[in-house]
Design a protein around this ligand. Structure first.
Ligand code: 5AD
Ligand code: SF4
Length: 433
């Protein structure tokens, strides 16, 4: 029996793409292996968001080309494939295929004709969703992409190039995917999109559907206990969606809504032309709709031209909004982006200093929030055993990790957990009943 090896880097969108590829290979009678040297087909499912992510892929490729069987099919899919294109074959001549994030459904063509080389980095839109078999069983958290690409064109971001312009999937297709996931094991539905709250689909009769309509349609499925979505663009947070936090208890009280910077000047150069007062108003509205809601953000420090005072405004807004669970990155110039050729690129040592300062502030906010959870009971979703295999790892509604002591064989898929201890990174708890 033939075996495949697949390694996924990057965002949840990639995790989903990786699951579709695995389901396709499984439907052809192949089994998955975690040992590259034993695999007949090797796939790296790649991320290009920062230079470091791309470098990681090329160093993994270097390792794998030495470890693999000589006749194994070997290739990359995803954002680095799109970023590097034919150049990937020049850098790693052993590669058999280079397929972009919207063309990996072309992989079966190579399986039919394994002696060829396959390059396809076209933007095929939604084709891939129809062309591949579904997973036969869903994990407890089902990631359901509702759109591809992004129309915002932030000047630092390679994604509009790697994944193309934004296209929303048909409403009925998304609902079918959710029903299938719910029938095969999903407890949580997480809607995915680069600009998820901008979802907008108009059907043949001229009816328009938004993300709030998707949430309303999925919430009645009895197997679905939790719903969330990621990642949101601030100005697309419309009132119908904010209202869902008031009316739909299955919608988790947690929202990732990246602000990126707290400086109006930097935001303008990032081509994120929103008013910070509008952002703060949206957060206030969300808190009125759902008093226990928490917000997380992504931040970029050291964007071209960022001054000390711009940076201080970022730290200030982080403290003002009291973000939890946030991600922060040093600006990384990417090909095909406007910011890469801007004047006043910031030296690496200043980026590193600013990142350390911002991280210290974000960690403090996270610790404060984690400690505030002690003694409360949170409904948590079981994720799996911890590294020792002796404890259970749960995920709170705020995406915190919570360790519950005890044999993973006794885990409940979803359970009320009383939080007993907290630090910056995680919580500890016990079953509440
Ligand atoms: N450099 C650093 N961080 C970036 N991100 C996107 N592009 C870049 C870049 N060129 C970050 C943003 C985004 C997250 C997914 O990655 O913060 O929200
Ligand atoms: Fe990485 Fe962005 Fe591509 Fe996701 S969409 S894999 S984060 S580059």
């Amino acid at each position: 029996m033939k075996k495949f090896f697949i390694q996924t880097f990057g965002c949840q969108m990639n995790v989903y793409d990786g699951q579709r590829i695995a389901a396709m290979l499984a439907s052809r009678g192949m089994t998955e292996t975690s040992d590259v040297s034993d695999a007949d087909i090797i796939i790296l499912n790649t991320c290009a968001v920062r230079a470091k992510a791309t470098d990681k892929v090329f160093s993994a490729l270097g390792r794998i080309r030495r470890a693999k069987k000589t006749d194994a099919l070997f290739g990359i899919v995803g954002c680095v494939a799109r970023e590097a294109g034919a150049d990937a074959f020049r850098r790693i001549p052993e590669l058999n295929f280079v397929l972009g994030p919207q063309s990996y459904h072309k992989l079966p063509a190579l399986l039919e004709n394994p002696d060829s080389k396959l390059l396809n980095i076209d933007l095929g839109g939604l084709e891939k969703f129809d062309d591949l078999p579904r997973m036969s069983r869903s994990p407890a958290v089902a990631y359901i992409p509702i759109q591809e690409g992004c129309n915002h064109c932030c000047t630092y971001c390679i994604v509009p190039y790697t994944r193309g312009r934004e296209i929303s999937r048909p409403f009925d297709d998304v609902i079918q995917d959710c029903k299938h996931a719910a029938e095969t094991g999903a407890i949580e539905i997480c809607f995915l999109g680069q600009n998820v709250n901008g979802y907008k689909y108009t059907d043949r009769e001229g009816r328009t559907f938004r993300l709030s309509d998707l949430i309303r349609a999925v919430a009645p499925l009895p197997a679905v206990k939790r719903i969330r979505f990621t990642s949101s663009y601030p100005t697309e947070m419309t009132d119908d969606l904010i209202d869902m936090f008031r009316t739909e208890p299955k919608l988790l009280p947690f929202l990732n809504m990246p602000i990126q910077s707290g400086s109006p000047d930097v935001l303008t150069r990032m081509n994120r032309p929103y008013d910070l007062n509008l952002y703060i108003d949206i957060v206030d509205k969300l808190r009125r709709a759902r008093p226990d809601i928490q917000i997380s953000s992504d931040f970029i420090v050291g964007f071209p031209g960022e001054t000390d005072s711009d940076f201080e405004q970022t730290v200030d807004i982080a403290k003002r909004i009291k973000y939890i669970n946030s991600y922060s990155f040093k600006y990384s110039p990417r090909p095909h982006t406007a910011a890469a050729v801007m004047q006043n690129q910031i030296p690496e040592n200043i980026k590193a200093q600013r990142l350390a300062e911002l991280d210290a502030a974000l960690n403090e906010l996270q610790r404060t929030f984690n400690e505030s959870c002690i003694n409360s009971v949170l409904e948590c979703l079981y994720e799996g055993p911890d590294k020792t295999g002796r404890h259970m790892v749960y995920r709170t509604p705020y995406m915190q990790q919570c360790i519950v002591a005890g044999n993973p064989d006794n885990a409940k898929p979803i359970a009320g957990i009383r939080i007993t201890a907290a630090n910056k990174a995680s919580l500890r708890g016990e079953f509440a009943d």
